[in-house]
Design a protein. Structure first.
Length: 260
């Protein structure tokens, strides 16, 4: 009998299938992390964590970015779009129906059991956190209460942040920077730091809500032409929108599981 060459499974399965790499992906799906954070969370040697992170980076499943608070530190984040693309292509290879599965009967995955409250933090509360607040309120149609503040509030919201949001129909003219002390005694379902410096000094809140970090570059530090500076705010809006959609899915699912 003539032998046939068996196809290799898609690389995404090999990458994600290792227990250490799977646990790293699980952590990075919720928050951007440093190597030392992952070592502490997983209780594994640093060289082992670094090795598997490099495997995921080589496979284009994670990003790395130097911290704006300390350039010796690198933050790792899951490349959601790349992982989803590779995963769906792998499923289609197995069977075309795998990428068109029927939804759960009669249950809406977007059902929200209010109230859900999220606080975004950055240093100056003038751009990234303000944009995240307005975008989450818009994307959730007001079902999720969104707030933002900072450790050293600027005098005003950055004009280019306002312009970038206006371009997609969102009004930020009534927004203003606030200090995080205003919210210290309040309950939140998640605290999201969008600034590396803010992550280092993130305050505590009642009930110890989940802390999530998104290591974004500061668009206010973009140099060059006005058009180039504005483009940095546009990119920030797109990156925030992608992260916020995933955050909404996670919070809604977890909240519904504990409320019904």
């Amino acid at each position: 009998m003539e032998s046939t060459m068996l196809p290799h499974p898609p690389s995404v399965f090999k990458l994600a299938g290792h227990p250490v790499r799977w646990n790293l992906l699980m952590r990075l799906a919720r928050s951007d992390e440093r190597v030392q954070d992952l070592v502490e969370q997983l209780k594994l040697p640093q060289n082992l964590v670094s090795y598997h992170l490099r495997q995921l980076w080589d496979g284009h499943l994670v990003h790395e970015r130097r911290s704006s608070a300390d350039e010796r530190t690198v933050y790792y984040s899951l490349d959601f779009e790349q992982f989803q693309t590779q995963f769906l292509l792998a499923g289609k290879t197995l069977h075309p129906a795998m990428i068109d599965c029927p939804s759960e009967g009669g249950r809406s995955p977007d059902r929200v059991a209010p109230p859900l409250r999220v606080l975004f933090l950055c240093t100056h509360n003038s751009a990234r956190s303000q944009m995240a607040e307005v975008l989450l309120r818009h994307l959730s149609h007001g079902a999720i209460e969104a707030y933002s503040s900072g450790s050293d509030p600027a005098p005003r919201v950055h004009p280019l942040a306002i312009a970038a949001m206006e371009a997609i129909g969102l009004n930020m003219h009534e927004q203003y920077p606030k200090h995080f002390e205003r919210y210290r005694g309040q309950h939140f379902n998640a605290i999201v730091t969008v600034c590396d410096r803010m992550r280092e000094i993130c305050p505590t809140f009642p009930d110890d809500p989940e802390r999530i970090h998104w290591s974004f570059p500061d668009p206010t530090e973009e140099v060059g032409s006005e058009a180039g500076q504005y483009a940095a705010f546009e990119r920030m809006g797109l990156q925030l929108t992608s992260r916020l959609r995933l955050l909404m899915t996670m919070l809604n699912r977890e909240h519904s599981e504990t409320s019904f």
